[in-house]
Ligand binder design. Structure first.
Ligand SMILES: *[C@@H]1O[C@H](CO)[C@@H](O)[C@H](O)[C@H]1NC(C)=O
Ligand SMILES: *[C@@H]1O[C@H](CO)[C@@H](O)[C@H](O)[C@H]1NC(C)=O
Ligand SMILES: *[C@@H]1O[C@H](CO)[C@@H](O)[C@H](O)[C@H]1NC(C)=O
Length: 672
């Protein structure tokens, strides 16, 4: 993991220059900043301390709130503007480092502040910390993330997560308090058990007269404070509390301004500290993609298989989508929809919790009554999705046999953000898909598959763990997320392949069907593309028997395009008991599903391994090194070009174009 200290040389120069020109920064704040950066072994304060701290904060809060006025440092009272309407030119409030609160003994503060002050906004405390930012805050792309809160309860919810994020050292963590409460930042820190080891940069972003401010003034102030922080810190992601403890004016003001500035806001739900802690393991680049990615779910329902479809939809309904928006869901229905499915779908709502955003459910019904052949079926299936933006719009393919863990979306979003969107991640271009399913057999479905064990790197040391996520060239059709860019390429690849089948003689060596007929026909195309390009799928692995997805074979139906053949063989072999070598996956017993936080279920406490540390398997299960893997892909694509692409031996090798497979085919050139 990158240790931030390494990056400080350039920053320190910049920071120093900055300081030299601007007196006042090298105060006690500057020194505290230096101390915090010292690499003393970070130690996370335990939960008890935080809980205790939280009680103390409430105590302090009420103590200060009801403090006898003669004890309190009297502050200058604003001249109260008659509440005739909003009159604060908020956006003009520029942080001024030379402003100090002038304390004059004047009238008393009323017991319950009236929240009716609407005057111009000044941030007296913000400038000094913002000018002190030394973490490449001026770069548009950097490693800064911000946690922002107005209510003290929300601050207490966020701070442990902020501290963990800072300790992981992938990001520079900033915390901004934007609320009304008159608590000092030091007390906020200490009651929440945030020591110097947490390495958080605190910003006091409260406006002047916050205690007396109207809600409207506070909303404008939150927006303005975010703008100032954004100018100096450029946070790649801003975490706010959405558990219900937060002030409405804050959420509104900050989210609107962040939206207009194009900044990512991550809303942490109530139980974030229990099961969303994987978020602290992501880097700023992944976090900034949080709201930009969209996942579409597509389910290909089969005729008279209502039982499995209903079971899958029920498991989707129970899934936890935390603070993410619900993924749109498309169900492809066969021509004959059976009665139970019809009745179930009449009542089925997606998203399940009625919110204003409207329905995200699409039903597609097929017209042809006859069963489709393999090619028609492949084309039809792939047509079910098209990404509006190939780099951010992806598709989760689910077979109706699958039942999902309520936490599958945690794993999916976590691994997707890590392996597709982390910075310095060139291996992402070979990533075809993410599987939720850990298959029990090879693609030919006649031999059992055992996942490889592997080594992983923890803090620079290589340790051998029993289990590890692994890379496999074989795709998965039961439950897998295909990336938009690869899906677009697949469309082009299948289009050209089908054209070639129509016009060219049957290939000699590549004609063999490698994927079992228990899997849909489009899998064969995906496998060919993966072999020609050297693409892989990341498969999950778990410490226990629990899984993200389990397959139910009790209601198994073969893919329509193969149903006659498969059913004939199944019947012959007497309900799968006679021939142990056929359709082995159908005899696999169901597994239990993950119900607790995924961090506890994944190997290595959920710290995802680097791609290069994962074992790599070629499509037939052979463990292989990356160089050979790519050499095999070159070999395969040469054969493919000749046999299926219709290219002559003397044809020039064509240039590969992003998102297209045209370089593997020469058909069009011959026609023209
Ligand atoms: C794991 O590490 C051990 C020794 O460090 C090595 O012998 C073994 O081949 C490694 N396994 C994999 C899958 O890389
Ligand atoms: C199925 O695939 C496995 C792994 O590649 C292989 O060992 C086995 O021989 C194959 N079975 C058949 C019948 O081809
Ligand atoms: C690639 O093909 C050549 C010739 O057909 C063969 O000698 C070589 O072993 C193949 N390489 C790999 C990695 O399969």
């Amino acid at each position: 993991m990158p240790v931030p200290q390494r990056r400080f040389h350039g920053d320190e120069e910049l920071g120093k220059k900055d300081d030299d020109h601007k007196p006042g920064v090298k105060g006690p704040m500057g020194r505290a900043w230096q101390q915090r950066r010292l690499p003393n072994g970070p130690r996370r304060s335990n939960l008890k301390r935080i809980a205790l701290g939280f009680l103390v904060v409430i105590g302090f809060y009420y103590f200060f709130k009801n403090m006898p006025t003669d004890l309190e440092q009297p502050r200058q009272r604003p001249s109260y503007v008659p509440p005739s309407g909003p009159n604060a030119p908020a956006s003009k409030a520029v942080p001024n480092r030379y402003d100090f609160v002038t304390k004059t003994a004047e009238d008393e503060t009323p017991d319950a502040p009236l929240h009716n002050f609407n005057g111009p906004i000044k941030f007296y405390q913000l400038a000094s910390t913002l000018h002190g930012v030394k973490t490449r805050g001026s770069d548009l792309v950097n490693q800064n993330v911000l946690f922002a809160a107005a209510s003290l309860k929300s601050a207490a919810n966020l701070l442990p997560i902020a501290c963990d994020t800072a300790i992981r050292a992938r990001n520079y963590v900033h915390f901004a308090l934007m609320g009304r409460d008159d608590i000092s930042m030091d007390i906020l820190r200490s009651v929440n058990g945030i020591g110097n080891d947490c390495n958080i940069v605190f910003h006091d972003a409260r406006p002047d007269f916050s205690v007396q401010s109207s809600d409207w003034r506070m909303e404008v102030s939150s927006a303005a404070a975010f703008k100032h922080i954004n100018d100096f810190v450029n946070p790649q992601a801003t975490f706010v509390d959405s558990s219900g403890d937060e002030e409405t004016w804050f959420s509104k003001g900050l989210k609107q301004r962040a939206g207009s500035l194009g900044r990512t806001v991550i809303e942490l739900p109530e139980n974030a500290e229990q099961n969303l802690m994987w978020i602290t393991l992501l880097d700023s680049s992944s976090l900034s993609a949080w709201n930009k990615v969209s996942i579409n779910i597509i389910i290909h329902a089969q005729p008279s298989a209502s039982g499995s479809l209903i079971r899958l939809l029920e498991s989707l309904k129970k899934a936890d989508f935390f603070a993410s928006s619900y993924p749109p869901l498309t169900i492809e229905l066969p021509h004959d929809v059976d009665e139970p499915s019809k009745r179930y779908l009449e009542r089925f709502k997606w998203p399940p919790k009625g919110d204003q955003s409207g329905s995200l459910l699409t039903l597609r019904h097929r017209i042809p009554q006859h069963s489709l052949n393999a090619d028609e079926s492949s084309a039809r299936f792939l047509e079910g999705f098209w990404p509006n933006n190939p780099s951010s719009s992806h598709v989760l393919v689910l077979s109706p046999q699958v039942e999902l863990s309520p936490l599958f979306y945690h794993y999916l979003k976590y691994t997707m953000l890590e392996y597709k969107y982390a910075s310095n991640n060139p291996s992402a271009q070979n990533l075809l898909s993410l599987s939720l399913d850990l298959p029990s057999t090879y693609l030919n479905d006649t031999a059992s598959f055992t996942p490889p064990s592997a080594n992983s790197t923890v803090g620079g040391n290589v340790i051998t763990t029993g289990t590890s996520q692994f890379l496999w060239q074989a795709p998965n059709s039961n439950a897998a997320l295909f990336f938009g860019d690869k899906w677009v390429e697949l469309h082009d690849f299948v289009a050209e392949s089908l054209e070639s089948q129509r016009t060219l003689p049957t290939p000699t060596t590549l004609n063999e069907k490698l994927v079992s007929k228990t899997y849909p026909s489009w899998m064969e195309h995906v496998l060919r593309l993966a072999r020609a390009r050297g693409y892989w799928t990341i498969y999950p692995s778990f410490e226990t028997e629990d899984r993200l997805a389990t397959l139910h074979n009790d209601l198994y139906q073969p893919p329509e395009e193969y149903s006659e053949e498969v059913n004939a063989e199944i019947d012959q072999s007497d309900e799968l008991t006679a021939d142990p070598d056929h359709y082995l996956s159908l005899k696999h017993s169901e597994t239990s599903l993950i119900k607790t936080s995924i961090l506890t279920m994944l190997p290595n406490k959920g710290d995802l391994p680097k791609v290069w540390d994962m074992p790599l398997l070629s499509w037939d299960g052979e463990q292989i090194v990356v160089d050979d893997f790519h050499r095999q892909a070159v070999n395969y694509s040469n054969v493919f070009r000749r046999e299926i692409g219709g290219c002559g031996t003397d044809d020039m090798e064509k240039v590969r174009v992003d998102l297209l497979a045209g370089d593997l085919f020469c058909l069009k050139d011959q026609k023209t």
